[in-house]
Design a protein around this ligand. Structure first.
Ligand code: SF4
Length: 387
C-alpha cells in the first residue's frame, strides 16, 4: 500500500510502513507506562477507562479508576445504581456528561443486550454516548478488531510524520480522514489494541504538543517535521464574573438524639447546597453553592476569589460567607436547597467549583478536589464522543 501527501513529499511504501510499525511496537514494548487499565482484559473496565481518559489527565484517572471499579465492579452494578450515586463517584473527574452517558449506556446494554457489551465497533456505536473514538478503542483493545483509533495525540503524531503542515489544515475533517486512513494502513493486524495504544502513547509522552522529544522518538528517521508544527491560534478564552455564598451552620437539632444523656450536644456542621435544574444544559442536577444576588463582593466580606475554567470560559468567582438568617436576602432564588452535613457533602454530586471552594475552605479533605476543566489533557480526544 502506498500513501502520498498532497505535496508529494512522502511516499508510504510497504517497506516504510513495515519499518514504522516495527519501530513503534518495539518502542511501546520497552517504554509504555504501567497504567492500571492496561492490566485488565475486562471490556467493561476498558470502556470505563476510555471514557475517563477523555479530557482528563492520566494522573487523575489513575486515582479515580480504581475507586470507580470498586464501587461499580460490573456493568450490571453500574446500570443498577442511581444516577446521583454515579455522579458522586465520578466526582473529581469533571465533565459529568460522560458519567451520565456511561450510566445510560450500561442500562441500555442490560435492557437490550442481555448485559453483554457488543464486540464490534459498529455495534458499539449504537450505544448511547459512544462515538467513533470510544467504539474503536473498546473494539480494538478488548476484542482485537482491526480498527484505527484516532485521538488528538494520534492526529498530531501522524500529521508531523507525514509533514502535512502546508497541505491539510490541522483539526479539519479532511485531516481526520487522512489520519484515520494512514493509521489503518500502519496498523499491526496481529495486535491492533496494542498498536492503537502505542500510537496514542507516543503522542502523549514523546510527540508532545510543545517541545517534542524527537531524539528518542522511534519515528524520527522517517519524520518530515521533527519538531513542533505550525498551529492555528487558539480562540481566546471568555471571562465571566460570578459570586457564590458559603453558608455553614451548626445544627444542634440533629445532634440531640446522639448527645442525649451525655452532657452538651456537639452539633453537626452543615453547608447549604443548591441543586441545579435537571433541564440545565451545563451540569444538570448537580449540587452547587447558592449564587449571590450581587456579583460585586466588597473586599471586607470576601472570603476567597477563585478562577474556575469550564470549556472556553474563565469564571472569576468571588465567595463570601453568609449567615443562615441572611441567606434569603443575599442569594438568588434558584433550585432546591438542602442543608447537608459536611461529612456527607464530599460524597455528593458536587460541581467542580463547589468542591474546589469547600476544599480550599478546608471543609472537605484536599483529595476530593476536582481537576481543572479547561486545559489540554493527556488524551485530547477530538471526537464528540459524549454524543
Ligand atoms: S520525530 Fe518528533 S515530531 Fe516527528 S513524530 Fe517523533 S516526536 Fe513527533
Amino acid at each position: 500500500m502506498t500513501y502520498s501527501n498532497p505535496m508529494g513529499r512522502v511516499e508510504w511504501e510497504a517497506e516504510k510502513i513495515v519499518r514504522l510499525r516495527r519501530m513503534l511496537m518495539a518502542w511501546y514494548e520497552r517504554s509504555h507506562r504501567d497504567l492500571p487499565w492496561r492490566k485488565s482484559s475486562d471490556p467493561y473496565a476498558i470502556w470505563v477507562s476510555e471514557v475517563m481518559l477523555q479530557q482528563t489527565r492520566v494522573a487523575v484517572v489513575e486515582e479515580r479508576f480504581k475507586a470507580f471499579l470498586e464501587r461499580f465492579p460490573t456493568l450490571s452494578s453500574l446500570a443498577a445504581a442511581p444516577e446521583q450515586e454515579v455522579l458522586a463517584v465520578w466526582s473529581g473527574l469533571g465533565y459529568y456528561r460522560r458519567a451520565r452517558m456511561l450510566h445510560r449506556a450500561a442500562q441500555f446494554v442490560v435492557a437490550n443486550c442481555a448485559g453483554v457489551l457488543p464486540q464490534s465497533s459498529t455495534e458499539l456505536r449504537l450505544l448511547p454516548g459512544i462515538g467513533a473514538y470510544t467504539a474503536a478503542a473498546i473494539a480494538s483493545i478488548a476484542f482485537g478488531e482491526c480498527v484505527a483509533v484516532v485521538d488528538g495525540n494520534v492526529e498530531r503524531v501522524l500529521y508531523r510524520v507525514a509533514g502535512w503542515e502546508t497541505g491539510v489544515r490541522a483539526g479539519s475533517a479532511a485531516l481526520k480522514r487522512k489520519v484515520t486512513e494512514l493509521a489503518g494502513g500502519l496498523m499491526d493486524r496481529e495486535r491492533p489494541g496494542d498498536f492503537n495504544q502505542a500510537l496514542m502513547e507516543l503522542g502523549a509522552t514523546v510527540c508532545l504538543p510543545r517541545n517534542p522529544l524527537c531524539l528518542v522518538c522511534p519515528f524520527s528517521p522517517d519524520c518530515h517535521t521533527r519538531g513542533e508544527h505550525r498551529r492555528p491560534p487558539r480562540p481566546p478564552m471568555l471571562s465571566r464574573e460570578v459570586a457564590h455564598a458559603l453558608a455553614v451552620r451548626t445544627n444542634y437539632t440533629t445532634a440531640k438524639g446522639r448527645g442525649a444523656g451525655k452532657g452538651r450536644a456537639r452539633g453537626v456542621r452543615e453547608v447549604l447546597l443548591e441543586q441545579r435544574p435537571a433541564s440545565a444544559t451545563v451540569m444538570p442536577s448537580m449540587w452547587e453553592l447558592p449564587q449571590l444576588r450581587e456579583t460585586a463582593v466588597p473586599d471586607k466580606q470576601l472570603l476567597m476569589a477563585v478562577r474556575h475554567a469550564i470549556m472556553q470560559v474563565n469564571y472569576y468567582v468571588r465567595i463570601r460567607t453568609v449567615a443562615e438568617d441572611k441567606v434569603d436576602v443575599l442569594t438568588q432564588a434558584g433550585g432546591a436547597r438542602r442543608w447537608v452535613p459536611l461529612r456527607d457533602a464530599g460524597a455528593m454530586a458536587l460541581t467542580g467549583l463547589a468542591r474546589k471552594v469547600l476544599t480550599r475552605a478546608r471543609l472537605l479533605p484536599a483529595e476530593s478536589l476536582d481537576p481543572p476543566e479547561d486545559v489540554g489533557t493527556s488524551a485530547q480526544k477530538t471526537e464528540a464522543d459524549a454524543g
